[in-house]
Every structure is written in C-alpha cells, then in structure tokens.
Design a protein around this ligand. Structure first.
Ligand code: ATP
Length: 331
C-alpha cells in the first residue's frame, strides 16, 4: 500500500493565559490509500487538534514542535502541510485533496444559502468548471449519498432537511471535490442508531468506490470496530496503542485500551455492569510525569511508570503499544 499522508513527531501546544497547554505529544502515524483509520480516546485527548493539523487549521495560538512533520503525497509530489502559508497554497488541504465532515452538519452549511449553491461554490473554488457542470456533479453526488429527489434538495436550505439528510448532504459536499483523504470528526455521534448505521455503510461504500483514505474520529470504540481498518488509541495527546482494529479489540495491550473496551455495553450480557475507566482525566495544565496514564492505571508496574515515558514496543509488525508492561522489545 502507498502512504497517502504521513504524520511524524507531531507535537502541538497552545499558548493560553494559564500557560502552555500540550494537546498533541509526539504523535506519528500514516494512512494509506483506501484505508480507514480510527482515532479514539476520551474528550480532550487531542483528536480534533490532530485532525485540524492535517488541514493546517489550528487556532493562531497553536505552537508546533520543531520536529513535527505532516507529508501529504499527491500525484504532483509530496506536500509539507505545516509549511503551507498562503490561502492559495492551503486550498489543497482545505477542501482539495483533504475534506472534512463534522459532528454537526449545520456548522458546515451557511443558513441563508441553498445547499446547491454552497456545493457549486465549493466545487468551483477547487476546480475550473462551469456552473452548469458543478450543478450536474452536485446533484449526482446528492443522489450518490442516497438523498431522494436530489434536484429538489439541491434548491433547499439546510434547515429544511432532517438530521440524517443534512449529514448525507454534508458528506456529498465534502466528497464532491473527490478528496484523497476524508476527515470524519464524530460524524455519527449526533445521529440516532439507525441513521448512524446507514451513514457508516455509506462511508464504507465510498471508500471502496473512490479509494480514499479516511480518518474517523470518535470516542466510541464500537463505531470504530464497524468502520476502521486500523485504530490509534489516544490519551492526553499521546498515541498509547495502534494496530489493526480486530487485533487491538481482541488483544488489547494497553491498560487504557483495555479500560475503554471494558466500558462498552455487552449485548450478550445486558445485566453486566459497565465499568468506566476509573478516575478523572488530569487537566492538560497538570500533565502527569512519566506515563501520562499512570494516575488512572490499574496495572502500574513500579516507579518507572511515574518517572519514565514509555516508548513504543512492537506487539507484532503492525501492532504497537507504549506501556512499561510491554517495554522489553523496543519498536
Ligand atoms: N485554541 C486552543 N487554545 C487552547 N487550548 C486548546 C485550543 N484548542 C484545543 N485546545 C485544547 O487541546 C486539548 C485537546 O482538544 P481536542 O479538541 O483535540 O480534544 P478531543 O480529543 O477532540 O476532544 P472531544 O472528544 O471533546 O472533541 C484540550 O485540552 C483543549 O482544551
């Protein structure tokens, strides 16, 4: 497989009145063409900040670590995303080769412009085409994501559509420019389960059809299990475990991943108590020393957990974990 995007040693801090807040800490991963990567972790683990970095879209108070690199591989050659500065150059990662869908579709549609006009505008921003051609592609895309009567919907406003329909329209808009990478940030969280399942199926179809990569962000490992090929588990800005989704779910190595899995409801035993990961997420201003998870970890092996940062160890060729329990084999 060919890497579509490579993230290396990504570190992001934010300047705040209280001091520097670390949101992403030395994160590396890559996504191949046609691959779906799930990014999972509790609130505040830095999932959205990581995703925004892929579009060089973080707020002005963001400070990137000097080693941070994000390389997007395009047909015209590699693009260093964090070095893009002008609006013209940034177009490639903002709606061109990379597109994003959000949890709340109302956020991506202007309320007073029809869905169709917004789709046409988006298309013409990224490709040199006539209005008529842009309309044709937009209606086709609305049809493709399962919106009935797409020509009529094209002329409607976002508020006239139901929640599930709006979500589909947003996916249609994001995909109309044929992005190579789709960032889906909690795209199904606000939907009821039936529509959530439809949107997940739709995304799977689209990966097969367009052969694009997807980064799927969620706090729900159950959704990841249905959608992703591989998963990266994040805690306080660090990837603590990464591997093929089935392997990580069947054979989780990090106590945090084990905790997230134990917190999922079990359909075959509905009376079993849910056991959330114990303890509270520390404030990002008071990051624990050593392993960032040690203040909540039920499997501490000794002082090393409080003093030394665990490095990645290989479980096998595609599965890695950063935990002192597994520290024997360096990655
Ligand atoms: N512009 C900013 N200034 C200061 N801190 C910020 C800024 N943007 C994000 N952060 C902080 O970065 C950390 C990571 O935030 P992020 O939104 O990526 O988390 P998340 O894992 O996506 O959480 P959620 O699941 O709640 O969306 C948080 O502590 C957040 O407060």
């Amino acid at each position: 497989m060919t890497a579509l995007i490579e993230v290396k040693n990504l570190t992001i801090q934010f300047r705040t009145d209280e001091g520097l807040v670390t949101a992403v800490d030395d994160v590396s991963f890559s996504i191949d063409k046609g691959q779906v990567m799930g990014l999972v972790g509790e609130s505040g683990s830095g999932k959205s900040v990581t995703a925004k970095a892929l579009m060089n879209l973080n707020a002005r108070n963001a400070v990137y670590g000097p080693e941070s690199r994000i390389t997007l591989h395009t047909e015209a050659g590699p693009v260093e995303v964090l070095k893009l500065k002008t609006a013209r150059d940034l177009k490639i990662v903002r709606g061109g080769a990379i597109s994003k869908i959000f949890q709340e579709p109302m956020a991506s549609f202007a309320p007073a412009i029809t869905i169709g006009d917004q789709m046409v505008e988006q298309l013409r921003l990224h490709a040199d085409m006539s209005k008529a051609k842009a309309k044709e592609i937009s209606v086709e895309m609305l049809d493709r994501v399962g919106i009935s009567d797409p020509s009529r919907r094209f002329g409607q406003y976002a508020f006239e559509l139901s929640g599930g329909m709006r979500q589909r329209a947003m996916i249609a808009m994001a995909l109309s420019t044929k992005p190579k990478l789709l960032i889906a940030d909690e795209p199904t969280t606000a939907l009821d389960v039936t529509i959530q399942a439809q949107v997940i199926d739709l995304m799977k179809d689209l990966v097969n059809e367009f052969h694009m990569g997807i980064i799927f962000i969620t706090h729900d490992l159950g959704v990841i299990a249905q959608t992703a090929d591989k998963v990266a588990v994040k805690y306080l800005g660090r990837i603590v475990e990464e591997g093929p989704v089935r392997e990580v779910i069947r054979n989780p190595k990090h106590p945090y991943t084990q905790g997230l899995l134990a917190a999922l409801p079990k359909l075959d035993d509905l009376d079993a108590p849910l056991t959330p990961v114990a303890g509270d997420i520390p404030s990002p201003l008071e990051r624990p020393t050593g392993c960032v998870f040690h203040t909540r970890c039920p499997k501490i092996v000794g002082d090393v957990c409080k003093t030394a940062l665990p490095h990645d160890s290989r479980v096998d060729a595609s599965h890695r974990v950063a935990c002192h329990i597994h520290a024997e084999v360096p990655a």
